[in-house]
Design a protein around this ligand. Sequence first.
Ligand code: SAH
Length: 264
Amino acid sequence: MTVFFIGAGPGDPDLITVKGAKLVERCPVILYAGSLVPKAVIQRAHPDAQVHNSADMDLDEITKVYTDAFENGQDVARVQTGDLSIYSSLAEQTRRLNKLGIDWKVIPGVSSFQASAAALGQELTLPEECQTIILSRASGRTPVPDKENLKSLAKHEATLCLFLSATLIRKVVRELSDVYPQNWPVAVVEKASHPEQRILRGTLADIADKMHEANIRSTAMIIVSKVFAIDDFVDSKLYDPTFSHACRKAKVVELEKEISNEQR
Ligand code: SAH
């Protein structure tokens, strides 16, 4: 018996992995995070499967679903939003399972920051301009360690993807304004990959008002990055004709070899 932690993806039921979908189809017990995992993902379940919604359960109640299934020798599909590596409470659940001697495995999913980048049609790294993405959140009811405060993260000028921060947008803007000019670009994607997806583009100067006007308060990704404003970046090395890598030899280097052979 195994508990499979499955990343359900950002909302579109087709964005679960094939592996995750197959497990949802075959596991006799399903426990899904009803607040964000769409019903369509769970509709793949076998008609006889026991389906539980974890939205109003606490950790003890969730653990009880696992221990009951363990006693019955039934695999569990534990379906959660996005990918399990980010704000998923995976660690506290697996710590309990380890203590109980129950096997578990993680099946990755498409995270909402990736779905948001896709909705924006935006590569979040650009050659020689920005090579780092920071995934974080604003500090609110859930504290963030002071060493990870937004001001210090912003100093890197990396692409900043903020989860769980929509209601804290004014605080986010205040903190980032200590480091960036007011025209620093910000995009917000609400419900990326859902039919009702909405996109806002703005700057530190206007994004909070735009979010307020649009009444965007949850299930939103805030992406703060200069990449939205850079058009004149250089081409990457990946497809550069003068650059060799494991899969392709540089054409120019080959040409140089030919010339030196001819000269010999
Ligand atoms: N593990 C999830 C994140 C869970 S935390 C993942 O990998 O995506 C919940 C936060 O994720 C929300 O507050 C919001 O910031 C973000 N989020 C989840 N689904 C989203 C979606 N479809 N569009 C935009 N943001 C989303």
